[in-house]
Design a protein around this ligand. Structure first.
Ligand code: NAD
Length: 291
Protein backbone atom coordinates (compact mmCIF):
# COMPACT_ATOMS: atom_id res chain seq x y z
CA UNK A 1 0.00 0.00 0.00
CA UNK A 2 1.19 3.50 -0.74
CA UNK A 3 -0.27 6.53 1.00
CA UNK A 4 -2.32 9.21 -0.67
CA UNK A 5 -0.11 12.29 -0.76
CA UNK A 6 -1.92 15.35 0.59
CA UNK A 7 -1.12 18.11 -1.89
CA UNK A 8 -0.68 21.16 0.34
CA UNK A 9 0.16 23.41 -2.61
CA UNK A 10 -3.10 22.69 -4.43
CA UNK A 11 -5.25 22.88 -1.29
CA UNK A 12 -3.56 26.15 -0.34
CA UNK A 13 -4.28 27.59 -3.80
CA UNK A 14 -8.00 26.81 -3.38
CA UNK A 15 -8.03 28.48 0.01
CA UNK A 16 -6.20 31.53 -1.36
CA UNK A 17 -8.73 32.05 -4.13
CA UNK A 18 -11.58 31.97 -1.58
CA UNK A 19 -9.67 34.51 0.51
CA UNK A 20 -9.08 36.70 -2.56
CA UNK A 21 -12.84 36.85 -3.16
CA UNK A 22 -13.47 37.97 0.41
CA UNK A 23 -10.76 40.61 0.13
CA UNK A 24 -12.24 41.98 -3.11
CA UNK A 25 -15.68 42.20 -1.49
CA UNK A 26 -14.28 44.10 1.49
CA UNK A 27 -12.38 46.52 -0.77
CA UNK A 28 -15.56 47.17 -2.77
CA UNK A 29 -17.34 47.95 0.47
CA UNK A 30 -14.64 50.52 1.30
CA UNK A 31 -12.51 48.41 3.64
CA UNK A 32 -9.05 47.76 2.15
CA UNK A 33 -7.07 44.99 3.83
CA UNK A 34 -3.62 46.18 4.97
CA UNK A 35 -1.03 43.87 6.51
CA UNK A 36 2.13 45.26 8.13
CA UNK A 37 4.98 42.78 8.56
CA UNK A 38 7.65 43.77 11.06
CA UNK A 39 11.20 42.65 10.30
CA UNK A 40 13.90 43.30 12.91
CA UNK A 41 17.51 43.13 11.73
CA UNK A 42 17.10 42.16 8.09
CA UNK A 43 19.36 39.42 6.75
CA UNK A 44 19.39 38.69 2.98
CA UNK A 45 17.47 35.42 3.61
CA UNK A 46 14.84 37.17 5.73
CA UNK A 47 14.43 39.85 3.07
CA UNK A 48 13.90 37.23 0.36
CA UNK A 49 11.25 35.55 2.53
CA UNK A 50 9.57 38.90 3.25
CA UNK A 51 9.53 39.77 -0.46
CA UNK A 52 7.88 36.44 -1.29
CA UNK A 53 5.30 37.10 1.35
CA UNK A 54 4.66 40.58 -0.01
CA UNK A 55 4.05 39.07 -3.43
CA UNK A 56 1.65 36.44 -2.01
CA UNK A 57 -0.33 39.23 -0.32
CA UNK A 58 -0.42 41.54 -3.32
CA UNK A 59 -1.50 38.64 -5.58
CA UNK A 60 -4.72 38.34 -3.63
CA UNK A 61 -5.40 42.03 -3.11
CA UNK A 62 -3.86 42.64 0.33
CA UNK A 63 -1.95 45.93 0.74
CA UNK A 64 1.40 44.98 2.27
CA UNK A 65 3.92 47.12 4.11
CA UNK A 66 7.26 45.86 5.38
CA UNK A 67 8.44 47.74 8.45
CA UNK A 68 12.19 47.05 8.68
CA UNK A 69 13.71 47.96 12.05
CA UNK A 70 17.37 47.92 13.16
CA UNK A 71 18.76 44.80 14.80
CA UNK A 72 19.78 46.71 17.92
CA UNK A 73 16.33 48.18 18.56
CA UNK A 74 15.48 48.15 22.28
CA UNK A 75 12.62 46.08 23.69
CA UNK A 76 10.83 49.28 24.66
CA UNK A 77 11.13 50.87 21.20
CA UNK A 78 9.96 47.70 19.48
CA UNK A 79 6.93 47.47 21.76
CA UNK A 80 6.19 51.13 21.01
CA UNK A 81 6.32 50.46 17.25
CA UNK A 82 3.91 47.52 17.61
CA UNK A 83 1.59 49.55 19.82
CA UNK A 84 1.46 52.30 17.16
CA UNK A 85 0.44 49.75 14.53
CA UNK A 86 -2.16 48.32 16.89
CA UNK A 87 -3.73 51.79 17.22
CA UNK A 88 -3.39 52.78 13.54
CA UNK A 89 -6.84 52.48 11.91
CA UNK A 90 -5.29 52.08 8.43
CA UNK A 91 -3.61 48.83 9.55
CA UNK A 92 -5.84 45.73 9.66
CA UNK A 93 -3.20 43.06 10.31
CA UNK A 94 0.20 42.83 12.04
CA UNK A 95 2.79 40.06 11.89
CA UNK A 96 6.30 39.67 13.25
CA UNK A 97 9.01 37.96 11.23
CA UNK A 98 10.88 35.35 13.29
CA UNK A 99 13.46 34.88 14.61
CA UNK A 100 13.83 38.11 16.56
CA UNK A 101 17.29 39.07 17.89
CA UNK A 102 18.24 37.29 21.12
CA UNK A 103 17.87 40.39 23.34
CA UNK A 104 14.17 40.75 22.44
CA UNK A 105 11.54 39.39 24.84
CA UNK A 106 9.33 37.82 22.17
CA UNK A 107 6.29 37.12 24.36
CA UNK A 108 6.19 40.71 25.66
CA UNK A 109 6.27 42.02 22.09
CA UNK A 110 3.52 39.60 21.01
CA UNK A 111 1.32 40.90 23.85
CA UNK A 112 1.39 44.34 22.17
CA UNK A 113 -0.21 43.08 18.96
CA UNK A 114 -3.89 43.99 18.98
CA UNK A 115 -5.86 40.76 19.46
CA UNK A 116 -7.96 41.28 16.32
CA UNK A 117 -5.00 42.39 14.15
CA UNK A 118 -2.89 39.41 15.28
CA UNK A 119 -3.01 37.52 11.96
CA UNK A 120 -0.56 34.84 13.11
CA UNK A 121 -2.56 34.11 16.25
CA UNK A 122 0.51 34.52 18.48
CA UNK A 123 -0.86 36.89 21.12
CA UNK A 124 -1.37 34.67 24.19
CA UNK A 125 -4.92 36.04 24.39
CA UNK A 126 -5.74 34.46 21.03
CA UNK A 127 -4.34 31.10 22.14
CA UNK A 128 -6.48 31.49 25.29
CA UNK A 129 -9.57 32.11 23.18
CA UNK A 130 -8.88 28.84 21.32
CA UNK A 131 -8.80 27.13 24.73
CA UNK A 132 -12.26 28.49 25.49
CA UNK A 133 -13.55 27.55 22.02
CA UNK A 134 -14.24 31.21 21.26
CA UNK A 135 -11.76 31.53 18.42
CA UNK A 136 -10.88 35.06 17.29
CA UNK A 137 -7.69 34.29 15.33
CA UNK A 138 -6.12 30.82 15.67
CA UNK A 139 -2.40 30.12 15.10
CA UNK A 140 -1.79 29.59 11.36
CA UNK A 141 0.28 26.40 11.44
CA UNK A 142 -2.12 24.65 13.81
CA UNK A 143 -5.04 25.57 11.56
CA UNK A 144 -3.11 24.41 8.50
CA UNK A 145 -2.51 20.96 10.04
CA UNK A 146 -6.17 20.52 10.99
CA UNK A 147 -7.48 21.80 7.65
CA UNK A 148 -5.25 19.33 5.79
CA UNK A 149 -6.57 16.46 7.91
CA UNK A 150 -10.14 17.54 7.12
CA UNK A 151 -9.48 17.37 3.36
CA UNK A 152 -8.80 13.62 3.66
CA UNK A 153 -12.25 12.84 5.02
CA UNK A 154 -10.68 10.85 7.87
CA UNK A 155 -13.15 11.38 10.72
CA UNK A 156 -11.74 13.44 13.57
CA UNK A 157 -14.53 12.72 16.03
CA UNK A 158 -13.36 9.95 18.33
CA UNK A 159 -10.09 9.48 16.42
CA UNK A 160 -6.94 8.55 18.31
CA UNK A 161 -4.62 11.46 17.51
CA UNK A 162 -1.06 11.86 18.66
CA UNK A 163 0.80 15.17 18.44
CA UNK A 164 4.60 15.03 18.65
CA UNK A 165 5.84 18.39 19.96
CA UNK A 166 4.27 20.63 22.57
CA UNK A 167 5.39 24.18 21.77
CA UNK A 168 3.11 27.11 22.59
CA UNK A 169 2.74 28.12 18.98
CA UNK A 170 2.55 24.78 17.15
CA UNK A 171 2.11 21.55 19.17
CA UNK A 172 -0.25 22.74 21.93
CA UNK A 173 -2.57 24.75 19.62
CA UNK A 174 -2.80 21.74 17.27
CA UNK A 175 -3.82 19.59 20.24
CA UNK A 176 -6.43 22.18 21.27
CA UNK A 177 -7.94 22.42 17.79
CA UNK A 178 -8.07 18.62 17.52
CA UNK A 179 -9.76 18.39 20.92
CA UNK A 180 -12.33 20.90 19.69
CA UNK A 181 -13.09 18.47 16.85
CA UNK A 182 -13.76 15.77 19.48
CA UNK A 183 -10.62 13.78 18.69
CA UNK A 184 -8.91 11.94 21.55
CA UNK A 185 -5.55 13.67 21.82
CA UNK A 186 -2.20 12.58 23.23
CA UNK A 187 0.54 15.21 23.37
CA UNK A 188 4.10 13.91 23.35
CA UNK A 189 7.38 15.81 23.72
CA UNK A 190 11.08 15.47 24.35
CA UNK A 191 10.56 13.81 27.75
CA UNK A 192 8.03 11.23 26.48
CA UNK A 193 9.45 7.87 27.55
CA UNK A 194 8.35 5.59 24.71
CA UNK A 195 7.31 7.68 21.72
CA UNK A 196 6.52 4.68 19.51
CA UNK A 197 4.10 3.22 22.05
CA UNK A 198 2.00 6.34 21.57
CA UNK A 199 2.43 7.02 17.85
CA UNK A 200 1.65 3.40 16.90
CA UNK A 201 -1.86 3.84 18.28
CA UNK A 202 -2.59 6.93 16.21
CA UNK A 203 -5.28 7.10 13.54
CA UNK A 204 -3.91 10.60 12.98
CA UNK A 205 -0.29 11.44 13.74
CA UNK A 206 0.95 15.04 13.65
CA UNK A 207 4.67 15.61 14.06
CA UNK A 208 5.93 19.07 15.01
CA UNK A 209 9.24 18.36 16.73
CA UNK A 210 11.77 19.81 14.31
CA UNK A 211 13.82 16.57 14.18
CA UNK A 212 14.63 15.13 10.76
CA UNK A 213 13.87 11.41 10.51
CA UNK A 214 12.21 11.22 13.95
CA UNK A 215 9.13 9.39 12.65
CA UNK A 216 9.89 6.15 10.82
CA UNK A 217 7.57 3.45 9.48
CA UNK A 218 7.91 1.70 12.87
CA UNK A 219 6.16 4.63 14.55
CA UNK A 220 3.13 4.48 12.27
CA UNK A 221 -0.03 2.44 12.41
CA UNK A 222 -0.98 0.97 8.99
CA UNK A 223 -3.36 3.32 7.17
CA UNK A 224 -2.77 6.27 9.52
CA UNK A 225 -3.02 9.89 8.43
CA UNK A 226 0.42 11.45 8.93
CA UNK A 227 0.83 15.23 9.00
CA UNK A 228 4.43 16.45 8.97
CA UNK A 229 4.81 19.98 10.33
CA UNK A 230 8.60 19.84 10.78
CA UNK A 231 10.93 21.89 8.62
CA UNK A 232 14.56 20.83 8.88
CA UNK A 233 17.57 21.74 6.75
CA UNK A 234 19.87 18.75 6.37
CA UNK A 235 23.17 18.25 4.58
CA UNK A 236 23.33 15.25 2.25
CA UNK A 237 26.51 13.12 1.93
CA UNK A 238 27.45 15.03 -1.26
CA UNK A 239 27.32 18.30 0.70
CA UNK A 240 24.10 19.65 -0.81
CA UNK A 241 21.41 21.04 1.49
CA UNK A 242 17.85 19.78 1.52
CA UNK A 243 14.65 20.68 3.38
CA UNK A 244 12.92 17.71 5.01
CA UNK A 245 10.25 17.19 7.65
CA UNK A 246 10.27 15.07 10.80
CA UNK A 247 8.90 12.07 8.94
CA UNK A 248 11.03 9.62 6.97
CA UNK A 249 8.81 10.16 3.95
CA UNK A 250 9.90 7.23 1.76
CA UNK A 251 9.41 4.52 4.40
CA UNK A 252 6.30 6.01 6.01
CA UNK A 253 4.45 6.53 2.73
CA UNK A 254 4.52 2.72 2.25
CA UNK A 255 2.56 2.23 5.45
CA UNK A 256 0.40 5.31 6.01
CA UNK A 257 -3.01 5.97 4.46
CA UNK A 258 -2.36 9.69 3.94
CA UNK A 259 0.82 11.74 4.22
CA UNK A 260 1.91 15.34 3.74
CA UNK A 261 5.19 15.94 1.89
CA UNK A 262 7.87 18.44 2.97
CA UNK A 263 8.13 20.74 1.16
CA UNK A 264 4.63 21.07 -0.31
CA UNK A 265 2.43 20.11 2.65
CA UNK A 266 1.84 22.11 5.83
CA UNK A 267 4.18 24.97 4.75
CA UNK A 268 2.09 26.36 1.85
CA UNK A 269 -1.10 25.75 3.81
CA UNK A 270 0.30 27.82 6.70
CA UNK A 271 0.75 30.75 4.28
CA UNK A 272 -2.83 30.26 3.06
CA UNK A 273 -4.06 30.31 6.68
CA UNK A 274 -2.09 33.51 7.36
CA UNK A 275 -3.87 35.12 4.41
CA UNK A 276 -7.23 33.77 5.56
CA UNK A 277 -6.59 35.17 9.04
CA UNK A 278 -5.65 38.51 7.46
CA UNK A 279 -9.05 38.59 5.78
CA UNK A 280 -10.78 37.55 9.00
CA UNK A 281 -9.07 40.33 11.00
CA UNK A 282 -10.17 42.92 8.44
CA UNK A 283 -13.71 41.52 8.41
CA UNK A 284 -13.96 41.74 12.20
CA UNK A 285 -12.60 45.32 12.17
CA UNK A 286 -15.06 46.26 9.42
CA UNK A 287 -17.92 44.80 11.44
CA UNK A 288 -18.70 42.13 8.85
CA UNK A 289 -20.13 39.08 10.58
CA UNK A 290 -17.73 36.13 10.53
CA UNK A 291 -18.24 32.63 11.88
P1 NAD B 1 10.04 24.05 19.26
O1 NAD B 1 11.49 23.73 19.25
O2 NAD B 1 9.53 25.25 19.96
O3 NAD B 1 9.26 22.79 19.88
C1 NAD B 1 9.59 21.48 19.53
C2 NAD B 1 8.77 20.51 20.36
O4 NAD B 1 9.10 19.20 19.94
C3 NAD B 1 9.03 20.59 21.86
O5 NAD B 1 7.81 20.48 22.56
C4 NAD B 1 9.92 19.37 22.14
O6 NAD B 1 9.72 18.85 23.44
C5 NAD B 1 9.45 18.39 21.08
N1 NAD B 1 10.51 17.47 20.68
C6 NAD B 1 11.77 17.77 20.28
N2 NAD B 1 12.44 16.64 20.04
C7 NAD B 1 11.60 15.60 20.28
C8 NAD B 1 11.74 14.20 20.24
N3 NAD B 1 12.90 13.63 19.88
N4 NAD B 1 10.68 13.45 20.56
C9 NAD B 1 9.50 14.01 20.93
N5 NAD B 1 9.31 15.34 20.99
C10 NAD B 1 10.37 16.13 20.68
O7 NAD B 1 9.60 24.06 17.74
P2 NAD B 1 8.26 24.66 17.04
O8 NAD B 1 8.39 26.13 16.89
O9 NAD B 1 7.06 24.08 17.70
O10 NAD B 1 8.41 24.02 15.59
C11 NAD B 1 8.44 22.62 15.40
C12 NAD B 1 8.78 22.31 13.96
O11 NAD B 1 7.76 22.82 13.13
C13 NAD B 1 10.08 22.96 13.47
O12 NAD B 1 10.71 22.09 12.55
C14 NAD B 1 9.61 24.20 12.75
O13 NAD B 1 10.51 24.61 11.74
C15 NAD B 1 8.34 23.66 12.15
N6 NAD B 1 7.35 24.69 11.79
C16 NAD B 1 6.75 24.56 10.60
C17 NAD B 1 5.82 25.48 10.20
C18 NAD B 1 5.16 25.28 8.86
O14 NAD B 1 4.59 26.22 8.34
N7 NAD B 1 5.21 24.06 8.30
C19 NAD B 1 5.49 26.54 11.02
C20 NAD B 1 6.08 26.65 12.28
C21 NAD B 1 7.02 25.70 12.66
Amino acid sequence: MSAVIIDGVQIAERSKSETAEGIAQLRQAGYPVHLVAVLVGATPAAEIYANRQAEACRNIGIDYTLLALPEDISNKSLRTEIRKLSHDPSVTGIMLHMPLPAHIDVARVQYEIDVVKDVEGVNPANIGYVFYKHVVIAPCTAMAAVELIKTTGVPLEGAETVVVGASHIVGKPIALLLTEQLATVTITHIATRDLKAHTQRADILVSAAGKAGLITADHVRPGACVIDVGINRITLPDGTKKTVGDVDFESVRQKAGYITPVPGGVGPMTVAMLLRNTLRSAQILAGVSVS
